[in-house]
Design a binder for this molecule. Structure first.
Ligand code: ZN
Length: 167
């Protein structure tokens, strides 16, 4: 049985935001120094109508969580929070899968796995805007927004209209 997105938003509101929980308050106060709000799955109790869609379709469930957060903020402050990340911790035991058993069937679902961090490195900056130079006319196109993992330029040079010469 599918749960409508509006219902999920309502559940987030009801379980996490409505009682103006201390952790939510702290998060709002610390934004934008902190952009991630962690919520324990325990807050949703054993409501399978929330937990099931969270595990099977986390993107939608977390989108609903952000919509509910916007609603909460609108009722509390006139602030708007952008680039907020919601994390749900303490997932039910059935969500646990070992790294060795991780398969394509687990794609797009929410799972818990355990491991030991063997090494860490400095966090690498992410390119949000890039500049490209046309190999034909040398014109530089600046401020091209980057959203994915691979660089994307305009399809053709804005100056000389050459295709495939932007690097
Ligand atoms: Zn060009």
């Amino acid at each position: 049985m599918a749960v409508r997105n509006g219902d999920l938003t309502e559940k987030w509101y009801e379980y996490v935001y409505r009682d103006r929980d201390e952790s939510v308050r702290r998060f709002v106060d610390n934004y934008p120094d902190e952009r991630a709000l962690s919520v324990s799955c325990d807050r949703f109790g054993h409501d399978y109508r929330f937990v099931r869609p969270l595990l099977s379709n986390p993107d939608e469930a977390l989108r609903a969580g952000k919509a509910a957060l916007s609603r909460f903020l609108a009722s509390e402050t006139d602030r708007e929070l952008q680039d907020v990340y919601l994390r749900v911790s303490d997932l039910p035991a059935k969500s646990e899968v070992s790294l060795a058993d991780l398969r394509a069937t687990h794609l797009n679902g929410l799972y818990t796995t355990r491991g030991v961090v063997a090494d860490t490195g400095p966090s690498r900056p992410k390119v949000v805007r890039a500049a490209f130079r046309c190999a034909k006319c040398e014109d530089v196109t600046r401020h091209v927004p980057q959203t994915g993992r691979e660089f994307r330029s305009h399809a053709k040079c804005p100056r000389c209209s050459s295709v495939g010469y932007l690097f």
